[in-house]
Design a protein around this ligand. Structure first.
Ligand SMILES: NC(=O)c1ccc[n+]([C@@H]2O[C@H](COP(=O)([O-])OP(=O)(O)OC[C@H]3O[C@@H](n4cnc5c(N)ncnc54)[C@H](O)[C@@H]3O)[C@@H](O)[C@H]2O)c1
Length: 247
């Protein structure tokens, strides 16, 4: 059983989550890659072959039993859970609000909001007895900036930010920090196939720096939130968005 710091990264098989896994491993963390996609298995094997510590746990964050098993696997393999970066999420259906069906609305909330609740609940529970830990929720600049054809997604991410503030209050005396990061448009499969490609969004000012983020630019902020450099930071929603929310 390892005594190095251990973290879970949900959605760790792609995009921002994958960049978080790579950054944490480079910093010496033992990482549990939790994802629906079995690409996480190949990643974990490759990390171990290069001398790092990683395991893959196939996880559906929208299913409570699956999230409970994810946290149990992280604790049983690495001894303690010190950090978590919750990236698993999906895009909305890219329609104006009056065309969104309840099934489409439920689908994005089931993963982005209900899934985040399960992750926070079981990750915090594992950290609670140790009076130590840091949890990061990957929200979105869409939580605070109105975007066309995105009301389902914006609502799910605003819910995440509210939950993070409440959870941070619950956890503060226990020395467990809970924060959110609000990425702007980032070059990942999710962004390239979703609302960033929709024509309504092209009319809005979302890229003051004239480019999208590289996933590593979001990951470095999330990893800082897990680090000893952020020990007095809790309950915040930090945009990492190239100026999107101020534009
Ligand atoms: N890319 C962007 O522009 C952008 C901007 C703001 C916020 N975000 C947020 O960042 C997070 C990561 O997105 P990304 O762009 O890296 O996307 P991505 O599609 O590259 O990665 C998302 C990962 O989550 C996994 N996943 C999806 N549903 C899951 C579930 N139910 N259980 C477990 N894993 C599941 C996918 O398999 C995938 O590996 C998401 O929450 C997204 O909303 C992305």
């Amino acid at each position: 059983m390892s005594t190095t710091r251990s973290a879970i990264v949900t959605g760790g098989a792609s995009g921002i989550g994958k960049a978080c896994v790579e950054g944490l491993v480079a910093d010496g963390w033992s990482v549990t890659i939790a994802d629906l996609s079995d690409a996480g298995e190949t990643m974990a094997a490759s990390i171990r072959n290069s001398g790092g510590e990683a395991q893959f746990v196939r996880t559906d964050v929208s299913e409570e039993d699956s999230v409970r098993a994810m946290v149990e696997a992280a604790v049983s393999t690495y001894g303690q859970l010190h950090g978590a970066i919750n990236c698993a999420g999906i895009a909305g259906c890219s329609k104006p609000i009056h065309e969104i069906s309840i099934d489409e609305w439920d689908r994005v909330h089931r993963i982005n909001l209900r899934g985040m609740f399960f992750c926070l609940k079981y990750e915090v529970a594992a950290m609670w007895p140790h009076k130590h830990g840091s949890v990061v929720a990957i929200s979105s600049a869409a939580a605070i900036k109105g975007l066309p054809w995105s009301s389902d997604y914006c609502g799910s991410k605003a819910g995440v930010d509210g939950m993070v503030r409440g959870a941070a209050m619950d956890c503060a005396e226990q020395n467990i920090r809970v924060n959110a990061i609000l990425p702007g448009a980032t070059v990942t499969p999710l962004a390239m196939g979703s609302s960033n490609a929709n024509p309504a969004l092209a009319k809005t000012r979302t890229r003051p720096m004239g480019r999208m983020a590289d996933p590593s630019e979001i990951a470095s902020a999330a990893i800082w939130m897990l680090s000893d450099g952020a020990t007095f930071t809790t309950g915040i929603s930090m945009p990492v968005d190239g100026g999107m929310v101020i534009a």
